[in-house]
Design a protein around this ligand. Sequence first.
Ligand SMILES: NC(=O)c1ccc[n+]([C@@H]2O[C@H](COP(=O)([O-])OP(=O)(O)OC[C@H]3O[C@@H](n4cnc5c(N)ncnc54)[C@H](O)[C@@H]3O)[C@@H](O)[C@H]2O)c1
Ligand SMILES: O=C(O)C[C@H](O)C(=O)O
Length: 448
Amino acid sequence: MSNSGEDRTRKWYDTSIKVAKEYGGKISVMPKVPVTGLRDFSIYYTPGVAGVSLEIAKNSDLSFELTWRWNAIAVLTDGTRVLGLGNVGPEAALPVMEGKALIFKYLGGVDAVPLPIRVKSREEFVAVAKAIEPSFGGINLEDIESPKCFYLLETLRKELNIPVWHDDQQGTAGAILAGLFNALKIVDKNINDVKVVLFGAGASNIAAARILHAAGVNYGNMILIDSKGPLHAEREDMDKLMLNNPWKYDLALKTNKERSKTIEDAMKGADVLISASTPGPNVIKKDWIKAMNKDAVVFALANPVPEIWPWEAKEAGARIVATGRSDFPNQINNSLIFPSVFRGALDVRARGISDEVIVAVAREIAKYAEEKGITEDYIIPTMEEWEVYPRAAAAAAVEIVKEGLARVTTTYNEELERARSIIAKSRASMEKLMREGLIKELPAELMR
Ligand SMILES: NC(=O)c1ccc[n+]([C@@H]2O[C@H](COP(=O)([O-])OP(=O)(O)OC[C@H]3O[C@@H](n4cnc5c(N)ncnc54)[C@H](O)[C@@H]3O)[C@@H](O)[C@H]2O)c1
Ligand SMILES: O=C(O)C[C@H](O)C(=O)O
């Protein structure tokens, strides 16, 4: 069966290239005001538009009311860690950012602008993010190498007055937590007791460790593994880590209470394996999964190819398996989180998005799946279940308000209605364009 996994991946690559060529990319900017004749340009453009500019010049906050800023975010990357492909550069990052923007619009009703930039240093990146702040209601950082991404998130969260979020940290951690809540219900284990191995100690898993802790997993019961093996307080590179990656250093001190020094040891008796490392399929060994506890939960999240094929993880004894892909069951991907978190954040004109917001959103998503009926192959909703997005947006908005990070207040029901209507409108307008042939169907010959 493993060859079929590779063939299947290649087939998606080929189709995606053909479709990209056929359509010339995936998104474009569409007007939302009617244009019926020359008179209208005097409203939208000169001279009328100067009136709007003068209002905003008096009070820049009005840019949130009188322009698209209330609903617009940037998807900002330097292309240094694109999926698991590595540093492929800003141009090669663009198709991924376009894909994110499509999902933002379709599932969150958010206008997202893909913005891969050519910068070298961290300082240059910070300067660009600050420079574009006036144009957007939020910034979604994407696909940036670690530890640079930790520094950028921390700095920009402090220095900008709009929410800055790093999808590969917070979004991934939220999706992992949502999946974990329900997986643990199925195997009947308590989040406070489980032993969790986090394979890969980069953007995703460093954030996941923090968010899992916020949700009840004990730091001592976690083991983080990087390319040099398990992290622990006596590792010989601790001095270097303290200087170059204080985020990883801090977790090396808190985690791995049993001081496992090899992967084999770390895996013994683990209840959960969360892998966000490097594309597979043979990165996670079957023997490691065999050493885990009964009813093991395995999330193999590398994109585009999971660290182990799901069927191989099951053969090795895993009871619940998830990957980051939409063509396998249990897709744990930040796409379940980012459209709704930004929907909620924009609607309350947030200044920031805290870790508690991520936990609240993960709980809401898990609850939604539980209400529908969870199974080993359905621990988390799919991207087709669009009704989960307004619910998650409402959970995000309420938590942002609760923590004093919102500029306007709301209630769960009020935001649920608003998010539902914005997202439904966004989907309906795309579907109307499809019906009318203005967005043409995917050519059948490309889909074979
Ligand atoms: N499913 C999702 O939603 C999702 C979200 C984000 C990232 N990812 C995927 O997860 C992977 C990692 O992403 P990231 O942002 O954390 O990257 P990152 O570069 O920040 O971190 C990768 C980590 O994995 C470790 N690593 C690499 N190869 C290893 C190996 N063979 N053994 C042990 N450790 C190894 C590195 O040392 C590093 O700590 C990528 O493939 C990415 O596509 C998936
Ligand atoms: O892009 C994805 O599918 C998820 C994630 O952001 C990743 O970098 O792999």
